[in-house]
Design a protein around this ligand. Sequence first.
Ligand code: AMP
Length: 209
Amino acid sequence: MNIILLGPPGSGKGTQSTYLSSAYKLNHISTGDILRSEISDKTKLGLQAESYMNSGDLVPDNLIIEMVSKKLSLLNSVLLDGFPRTLNQAESLDNELALLEKKIDFVFYFDVPAEDLVLRLSQRISCKNCSSIFSKIDKEYICSSNCKEQILYQREDDKPEAISKRMESYISLTTPLIDFYDKKRIMININANKSILEVSKEIDGIMQS
Ligand code: AMP
């Protein structure tokens, strides 16, 4: 099974990915996590991506498409989190999957009111090591069981100027994907303005029906 999580920054895609990839044995591909790891390893791709990411811009399609293609050809059953984010990426993904004789089964669209997203992002704290995501209002921060050492930080692009840029990029470049997948009749709207557990249960209901 291959699934895409689509939605604005801060809508909870990363948090639900942790649950869904483990519950349904899916290989989690988070383009944001891969890029952050490339930056921390100072690879060529990391150096090319860093300034775009820090300022809240999308990384150019050619770099992202090549990065994801390499993974797709090696993995069965993927959960795509943060990809595709442009029509060009979505069309390349379709072509790539067709060559591999695979398809997307579901696109879950995470619906959250715009006014809540900025608050969620500005309160977000992440672990540099395992990518676990917390909110400043959480009572405790417990990383995933495989985290070797918790290193909490606020992502550069969760700071105010970058948040506005990310929202603009989302609206102009990513929202056309809603229509793209809706027309293919594989998109399911998820009310993601609920607790983490309630959102997981809503998705479970769909996966198990
Ligand atoms: P995320 O962790 O998904 O919020 O992504 C963080 C940042 O990584 C984005 O704001 C972009 O700069 C970059 N990024 C992640 N995925 C993509 C993508 N599919 N296309 C372009 N840039 C991306």
